[in-house]
Design a binder for this molecule. Structure first.
Ligand SMILES: *Cc1c(COP(=O)(O)O)cnc(C)c1O
Length: 463
């Protein structure tokens, strides 16, 4: 019954060959490529060395404690935290954000015994990452989503602070992004953090995507732990930290806050449980790889990768600016661009046209905000250091794709598509599906999306 290893590995290789290329800059979201094969080898070897250990217990596997401490220390310096800043390595940005929310909720509850069983309120801009909505859903907080400026995509400090005032004593946390994923724009961190501090409310900076770019980007207004009033910060090592997937950081100002992140219990007949993060058993491979990549790159290495990323971003931006019918939303700080229709280039058609040329951009549906204003439909591009190697081809194909779809009527909304996608899977051309998702109400779209993804991993009837 056993299969030869070579046979098993060949099957895995074949599966991977059918995936989009994770290297080479063709996939403009999800993957982060530095373009240096020797750094990939280092990450692989570091991860392999740590595959067998369990980060659950850093008193047994002291190697994990050493690496975690080193990563936190490095990040604390990078993000201008003082000796009062501590934190944890997590499995990813979602977990870092979830733990920031859990910490804020528990600190809020501990401040007043009457709050022990009350719901706290989480205030965020509409552009905040859904990880915060997920955290609120898991941890029973109310969310107040505050509209951002439609033209710039940037959160308004005054509006966020007004929302804190409206929430009154229930306000436990306000979130700002550095930068936001949808539009790549850095929110007014200093103003929000100062206002939050004055109200006794915690302030989280979500630098999941920007944390390992902004320190070397240049021309960025203060956004990190140097800003008074910022109580926590998340930064993903598995994005521009160029580590393999499964590693992020959450930092807190104050050991008391960090302690509120922990879960500990002796209420079972087994070993005493002390978990800093959501997971029990913790993989340490990605953590070791993150540490190794950081040691190898050093400050100069990151600076060099960011310089290339910035140059590539400027080239792509210039191509969009020069091309009639489309525009970049706002003034992004960092390597994320959202391209909106500006007289004839439908972003969903643009994404399909780019895909036909071998580039995977991401469709972002329009969103009506709570105040009735609408954030535009866009095509999202995440650019990395390796983009620099292919940037002329990307810029040229963006223009060719725009030329091809300029004036083409946006895809029609077709509710019957929902059923067809559920039974036949997703088509290659996604413009119609995206237009339909955008138009239908959430109570139709959300179960349909879950259905599609559930079907993707359903083994079906047993043979
Ligand atoms: C990626 C991202 C997250 C969540 O990170 P995951 O690693 O995908 O779980 C949170 N916030 C922002 C701004 C992000 O870009």
């Amino acid at each position: 019954m056993t299969r030869p290893a070579a046979d098993v590995l060949a099957e895995l290789t074949a599966l991977r060959e059918a995936d989009p290329p994770t290297h080479g800059g063709r996939v403009l979201s999800y993957v982060y490529d530095h373009g240096r094969p020797e750094l990939d080898r280092l990450a692989e070897q570091a991860a392999t060395a740590f595959l067998p250990v369990n980060g659950l217990d850093p008193t047994t596997f002291r190697s994990v404690a050493v690496l975690e401490r080193a990563l936190v220390a490095r990040a604390r310096t990078l993000f201008h935290g003082d000796d009062d800043v501590v934190g944890s390595v997590t499995s990813g940005g979602t977990e870092s954000c979830l733990l920031a929310v859990k910490t804020a909720r528990d600190v809020w509850r501990a401040a007043d015994p009457a709050r022990a069983h009350s719901r706290a309120t989480l205030v965020l801009p509409t552009t905040a990452h859904p990880a915060f909505h997920k955290a609120a859903a898991y941890l029973d907080l109310d969310v107040v989503a505050v509209p951002v400026d439609v033209a710039s995509g940037r959160a308004s400090a005054a509006d966020l602070l007004a929302a804190l005032d409206a929430a009154g004593p229930r306000a436990a946390l306000v979130v700002v992004s550095a930068p936001s994923y949808p539009f790549g724009v850095v929110d007014p961190v200093a103003e929000v953090a100062a206002g939050a501090a004055a109200r006794g409310v915690a302030c989280h900076v979500d630098a999941c995507i920007g944390g390992f770019v902004l320190p070397w980007w240049g021309d960025v207004e203060p956004w990190d732990l140097a800003v008074p009033g910022v109580t926590s910060l998340s930064a993903d090592l598995h994005k521009y930290g160029y580590a393999p997937k499964g590693v992020s950081l959450v930092l807190h100002r104050g050991r008391d806050r960090h302690r509120a992140q922990y879960f500990a219990t002796t209420a079972w007949p087994g070993y005493p449980v002390v978990n800093p993060t959501v997971l029990g058993s913790r993989a340490a491979g990605a953590m070791a790889a993150a540490w190794a990549v950081g040691e190898s790159l050093g400050d100069d290495g990151y600076a060099d990768l960011v310089a290339r990323t910035r140059a590539a971003t400027a080239t792509v931006r210039a191509a969009v600016d020069a091309c009639p019918g489309m525009r970049v939303v706002g003034e992004p700080t960092g390597p994320l661009l959202a391209v909106a229709d500006d007289g004839g280039v439908d972003p969903f058609h643009l994404v399909d046209a780019l895909r036909r040329r071998g580039w995977l951009a991401q469709s972002q549906p329009a969103m009506t905000q709570p105040d009735g204003t609408t954030l535009p439909r866009t095509a999202h591009l995440t650019l990395t250091a390796v983009t620099d190697d292919v940037v002329d081809a990307l810029a040229a194909d963006l223009v060719r794709s725009a030329d091809e779809v300029r004036g083409v009527t946006p895809a029609a909304v077709d509710p019957s598509l929902v059923e067809r996608v559920l039974t036949h899977g997703l088509p290659d051309e996604l413009a119609g599906v995206m237009a339909t998702l955008e138009a239908l109400p959430a109570d139709v779209v959300v179960p349909a999306l879950v259905g599609v993804l559930q079907a993707a991993i359903d083994p079906g009837p047993s043979a």
